[in-house]
Design a protein around this ligand. Sequence first.
Ligand code: UD1
Ligand code: CA
Length: 452
Amino acid sequence: MSNEDIGAIILAAGMGSRMHSGVHKVLHPIGGRPMIHYLMDTLDHLGIVKRVVVVGADREQVEEHLPFAEFAVQKDQMGTAHAVYCAKAHFSGFSGDIIILYGDVPMVREETLMELVRVRRKTGPRAQQPAVSVLGFRPEDTGHYGRLLMGERGELEAIIEFKDATVEHLAIRLCNSGIMAVDGSLLFRFLEEVDNKNRKEEYYLTDIVRIARNDGHSAIVYEGTEDEVLGINSQEDLAYAEALFQYKKRLEAMSSGVTLMDPETVYFSYDTAIENDVRVDVNVVFGPEVVVKKGAHIKSFSHLEGCVIEKGATIGPFARIRPGTRIGEGAKIGNFVETKEADIGAGAKISHLSYVGDALVGAQANIGAGTITCNYDGFSKNLTEIGDGAFIGSNTSLVAPVKIGRGAIVGAGSTITKNVNANALAVTRASQKAKEGWASDFRKKNRQKRGK
Ligand code: UD1
Ligand code: CA
């Protein structure tokens, strides 16, 4: 989709002081990624390339995270109209629609934005088109939102800010989300007429509705849903946004054929990709960059990030799969196993209590309980290579860099520091001695000493 005749101004100058955080509000994550990225993605999908982010407080933080956006600076927060006006220089000669968005209202849907523009444009020749279309919604709790005052013919007459509202106004259920689309050839002219003669002594963006009408233009409303215009002002709001996000991801997974045993206990990231016929048991967390292929089974209390789980593999319960891991087809990772930068071959088994990092494990290899790849010497990370069909006995330390050949067997309790050839046996533990009857003699002697 290409929408060169649509631009966007994204307000993100506010401090977000109610978050009580050193991290800029719009960078707090939802589903594991900074919230403002959702907005940028939406604009990407719509082909809206002209986008100006209005920054102020802690602007460096925001600028660093959005390398491809244009920025306008609002030094002092004098109100939403003033903030939008700060972007004026970026739109000289632009006569398309300008959509006004908020960095802390990140989940607005693509279709909603397109409709918002469409309803403004649809009504006949340009001179008769409404100059402004406002995204309205009917929240459960109308709270402190601005109210949309509608005329008899369905046109928007004015937006009344909460602080300036009368009791009659407050009874209106249709509220202002803040998001609007405005004729770009008129927007900055309207903004020049906004003053700050109101209770908050701020330049209200909402005043442009009145100004447009006084100028012979009209304004209309398009209604969206409450969940997509949810603003995030506090940690509580953030947690709520996360919950909504998780709810949607779970439905998405299930509707594509993933079985979630208890959906509310499974947590996804924005980019989790799970194929159908994957089963996910209770209490599983998918961090960023996880791909799970058909038929895999993720058992309870497992934590996965940055990994690919191939077809039919089994993970957990209680497994920790860290970045750079690929678990091959049909492989089995059991309880209390941690992997990192590890490629586990098809059908291999690491069933219990192991750490496998910076490792290549061959197909059908069997890694016994308590095996540790000693990959770090305090300075650098080293590779462990285990050949196809090798058998590593329980409680083995593999001191990397080291190679175990295909089909080799390592005896339990070994510390392996040198390469082992294919099909060889390597054992490093001391050989076992037994003295027959020694234990009973020992006990007898001691009992005699103590007179028992
Ligand atoms: C605004 C609307 C209100 C609407 C509500 C929806 C106005 C005057 N009112 O009120 O009708 O119901 O949003 O949430 O627009 N910002 C700046 N610079 C400023 C002021 C604000 O960048 O000088 C940014 C803030 O960071 C914030 C957003 O604009 O992300 C909204 O500002 P805020 O002051 O919270 O507006 P509300 O009073 O909530
Ligand atoms: Ca607000």
